[in-house]
Design a protein around this ligand. Structure first.
Ligand code: ZN
Ligand code: ZN
Length: 196
C-alpha cells in the first residue's frame, strides 16, 4: 500500500544561488522521498522570487529572523489558498537567525506546513574556501530534506540520518541526504495516519 501523494512547493527567496539549483534540488528530493517509500510526489518551483519583507531583517545582526520569514511565507501562501495543500519550503541565499542562536540553516513551522532554508552559510566561500557548486548543492539538498522532514513531523535524530541536527556546516557534510530506517518508518506511519 502506498502513501498518499505529497505536494511540495519550493519558493525561491532569492534568485541568486537558488534558481540555478532548483532542477537538481527537485530531482534529488524526488529520489530521497522515493527512498523513504513515497513515490507520489508533486514537486513544483514557485515561478517568482518571494523576497522576505524588511521587517524580518535585523540591521543590527545583518541577518533575517527565521521565524518571521517563515510566517511571512505562511501568510502569502495562505492568501493564495496553498497552505494545507502543499508543503511550502522557502529557499534563499540569506543568513538567518533565531533568538538565542548565532545563525540557523533553516526553520520549520510544521503546524502550517511551511519552512525556510537559508543557504548563505552553506557556501564554501563563506568559510574562505574555493567556490564549489557540487558541495553547495549537496548541502542545499540536505538542509531542504531536513526541513521537509520536520514538515513530515519528524524530530531530530541521532542516527546517521539527514534529520541529525547540524550546528555547523561540517556537521551538514557529515550527515547523509537520506532519512534513516527509523525516520522512514515514522514518515510512513505519521504521514499515512495524518492523511487518512
Ligand atoms: Zn531541525
Ligand atoms: Zn533518522
Amino acid at each position: 500500500m502506498g502513501v498518499e501523494s505529497v505536494n511540495i512547493l519550493i519558493v525561491p527567496l532569492t534568485a541568486h544561488k537558488v534558481l540555478e539549483f532548483t532542477d537538481y534540488l527537485i530531482d534529488e528530493l524526488r529520489e530521497i522521498l522515493r527512498d523513504a517509500g513515497i513515490d507520489n510526489v508533486d514537486l513544483v518551483v514557485w515561478p517568482e522570487v518571494v523576497k522576505p519583507p524588511m521587517k524580518c531583517f535585523s540591521w543590527e545582526r545583518v541577518q533575517y529572523h527565521a521565524n518571521c520569514v517563515a510566517r511571512h511565507l505562511m501568510e502569502v501562501f495562505q492568501v493564495l489558498g496553498l497552505t494545507g495543500k502543499s508543503f511550502v519550503i522557502g529557499v534563499g541565499c540569506l543568513d538567518g537567525y533565531e533568538h538565542g542562536l548565532n545563525f540557523v540553516f533553516g526553520e520549520a513551522l510544521p503546524e502550517y506546513g511551511v519552512s525556510v532554508v537559508f543557504t548563505k552559510r552553506l557556501r564554501p566561500e563563506f568559510y574562505g574556501e574555493r567556490v564549489d557548486f557540487n558541495l553547495y548543492s549537496e548541502r542545499l539538498v540536505k538542509e531542504v530534506a531536513h526541513e521537509l522532514g520536520h514538515l513530515l513531523r519528524l524530530g531530530h535524530c541521532e542516527n546517521y540520518c539527514v534529520m541529525r541536527f547540524s550546528n555547523s556546516v561540517f556537521e551538514v557534510d557529515e550527515k547523509p541526504k537520506y532519512y534513516c530506517n527509523s525516520c522512514k518508518s515514522k514518515i510512513r506511519e505519521l504521514y499515512m495516519s495524518s492523511t487518512k
